[in-house]
Design a protein around this ligand. Structure first.
Ligand SMILES: Cc1cc2nc3c(=O)[nH]c(=O)nc-3n(C[C@H](O)[C@H](O)[C@H](O)COP(=O)(O)OP(=O)(O)OC[C@H]3O[C@@H](n4cnc5c(N)ncnc54)[C@H](O)[C@@H]3O)c2cc1C
Length: 412
């Protein structure tokens, strides 16, 4: 957010600079013209929308370059602004377009520069040969409780390979991805501090897709189990490298503090982005309900002329703007290495996701019977919105994190 000629140097500005505005408008155009018209079809089909991904890749929107540029954008709001527009188009399709980025962020957050350059291009491929990435942390018995991960990684010194065994669940793009990033336990007795992240390269024997889930919402995004059966990956696939891991484990054994809790680190970096997804979904439903109630008449006047309706719209607009501001603040803090002293990243995700759930539910109400049918998109957005309150740490977990941060107590 740079200073412009007509804005004085106040040291604070919410004005987006020209580059971000251009990306926003470009992403919005794609969301409006390509994503939204395809949304109902792919929701019904419950499949990855390959033709839409191809279109996105053709214009450079599904590409490593695009995500890297937004990620590195100096103000921090590059990703939130782009994600808001894509998820405004349709959350399910948008998750298919952005799901790979979560795996890429795991490599960026835990890997070396070398690993970043080796693996992230292989996650995106090229417009003629699209690839996908998947981040696999959750397990049947380790969802909110990441420390309970049972997938084991055992080092085979003779071959300099890691051997992975376990079952991951709920993986976005799981099993259909080319590159999987897997969080596994190296020393189970150390809980989450004994974990590390591993890249499983394309075509590695032993990795297979388990059950593909039939879901309530975001049905255009593929979610499945990933089974790891004696999966052998070269030593260089351990993100961050063996030396760093050994140091970290030694610190953990001695009970000293460690920065490197692999899965938590990835989640922390991506929480404002999830908030932005929720803002996009909420805004879609709000705009639809606003236009509908301004236009539809009952009792001889537009629905929106009733205070009860206009007040609901007012609350929707206010909550969405508040959510966006929390998201932008957290994204700016992350980019500028500010300490999340009050868990501001979690605050943004908590508030934005609950806002999306609330706004979409009320959008259905404002559309009456129409809102309850699949002829209108708000019921789909409501189904989609619920996921933001669950993945990347459910709302209760965000409250735990914020509660601990603001009280300094080990709240449980
Ligand atoms: C569509 C979809 C896509 C996903 N994509 C991915 C992915 O790409 N990669 C990945 O690794 N994971 C992914 N996940 C998994 C997701 O992150 C987990 O579902 C989430 O962390 C919750 O874990 P759980 O489902 O095991 O629920 P549980 O942990 O069993 O929680 C159930 C309920 O109990 C509450 N709860 C749990 N502990 C506490 C507590 N201490 N205090 C109060 N309440 C509590 C939770 O808030 C929740 O409401 C995805 C999930 C879905 C549904």
């Amino acid at each position: 957010m740079s200073e412009t000629a007509d804005s004085p140097a106040t040291g604070f500005s919410l004005e987006l600079d020209e580059d971000i505005r251009d990306v926003r408008d470009w992403a919005h155009g794609f969301a409006r013209d390509v994503i939204r018209p395809a949304a109902a079809e792919w929701d019904e089909r419950e499949e990855t929308p390959w033709p839409v991904l191809k279109e996105a890749a053709k214009i450079g929107l599904y590409s490593l370059d695009f995500f890297a540029n937004q990620w590195l954008e100096p103000s921090g709001v590059g990703i939130p602004v782009a994600f808001e527009e894509l998820y405004w188009g349709d959350p399910g399709i948008a998750l298919s377009i952005t799901g790979t980025a979560l795996a890429a962020v795991a490599v960026a957050g835990n890997g070396t520069q070398e690993q970043l350059f080796e693996w992230t291009p292989q996650m995106f491929g090229s417009p003629d040969d699209i690839k996908l990435g998947a981040f696999c942390s959750s397990e049947p018995d380790a969802g909110s409780d990441v420390s309970a991960i049972r997938t084991r990684a055992v080092y085979d010194e003779a071959t300099d390979e890691w051997v992975l065994n376990g079952t991951k669940t709920w993986a976005t793009n799981g099993g259909i991805a080319d590159v999987h990033v897997v969080v596994a336990s190296v020393e189970p007795e150390l809980g989450s501090r004994g974990q590390a992240s591993f890249v499983v390269p394309p075509g590695t024997p032993g990795l297979s897709q388990g059950q593909k889930f039939a879901k309530h919402g975001i049905r255009a995004s593929h979610t499945a189990e990933v089974v790891l059966d004696d999966v052998r990956v070269p030593g260089r696939c351990l993100l961050g490298g063996k030396e760093r891991l050994d140091e970290r484990l030694a610190r953990a054994r001695e009970g000293r503090s460690s920065k490197g809790q692999a899965a938590m680190k990835t989640f922390e970096a991506s929480r404002p982005s999830v908030g932005a997804m929720a803002v996009g979904c909420a805004r879609a439903a709000y705009e639809y309900a606003r236009d509908y109630t301004v236009q539809r008449e009952q009792f001889g006047k537009p629905l929106a002329e009733n205070q009860a309706v206009a007040f609901t719209l007012a609350d929707m607009a206010t909550r969405i703007d508040a959510a966006r501001l929390l998201v932008w603040r957290a994204a700016w803090m992350a980019r500028n290495d500010k300490e999340f002293a009050q868990a501001e990243g979690s605050m943004s995700k908590l508030f934005a996701s609950e806002t999306a759930a609330w706004v979409t539910q009320n959008a259905i109400r404002l559309l009456g019977g129409n809102g309850y049918t699949r002829e209108y998109p708000v019921e789909r957005w409501h189904r989609d919105a619920t996921i933001f309150t669950i993945f990347e740490g459910a709302s209760e977990i965000q409250r735990l994190i914020i509660g601990r941060a603001v009280t300094g107590l080990p709240v449980r």
